[in-house]
Design a protein around this ligand. Sequence first.
Ligand code: ADP
Ligand code: MG
Length: 237
Amino acid sequence: MDMIRLNEVVKIYHRGDQELQILRGVSLSVSEGDFVAIVGPSGSGKSTLMNMIGLLDVPTSGTYTLDGVDTQGLSDNKMAALRNEKIGFIFQQFNLLPKLTALENVELPMIYSGLSKSARRERAMAMLEKLGMAERSHHKPSELSGGQQQRVAISRALATKPALILADEPTGALDSRTGQEVLELIMQLNEQGNTIVLITHDNHIAEHAKRIVSIRDGEIVSDIVNATQRAKEAVRA
Ligand SMILES: Nc1ncnc2c1ncn2[C@@H]1O[C@H](COP(=O)(O)OP(=O)(O)O)[C@@H](O)[C@H]1O
Ligand SMILES: [Mg+2]
């Protein structure tokens, strides 16, 4: 089954009386359980594409089906509800709320889930534990290292058990060793069945994915199976 199906997605921005075509007809399908990197230089349209996939913005034309749901014409409220239900976000700058503890940050996206407060707390704690952050659960983000903050952010992304995990330059603010650890965590999440789309300008980071989609000037210019990662997967199976 396709988790993501983008068909001829165009995004146009206006600057003064200029019309800027940022995405020029992007068609992309991602299967459930896959790990896809979208790679391209700065300004190629990666964040714009991520905003479409993440239901943070809508295409000027073209269609997007997420986990079987046609997103065209949805109200802002429906879109927000779908986003909250289906997608876990991991950002470069972690985007944790500074006044909340790690635990409270992880609980936050579950508020709309219908879970009771105690169930939310229990799930948040379990996610922090999974990411090796249980002992830091009562710390504020400012009391944590970058790598620890990203682990909290990953716990938060997982807390709603999303169908899709969307990571935009998740290692961009980390030193290379910590970045490597975070990449390995993301690979583990994929092994556990999570569908992952990773956005990066860095080819070395993209190499961790099972499929690499390259974007230039708002267009997909190549889409390859990453034989190395597939082979590793076959060995493990
Ligand atoms: N809201 C906007 N209005 C006008 N231009 C924009 C807007 N958002 C992005 N752009 C332009 O679109 C292009 C692609 O941006 P972006 O998707 O952020 O690229 P990337 O994430 O690959 O660096 C850039 O040239 C950027 O200046
Ligand atoms: Mg960007």
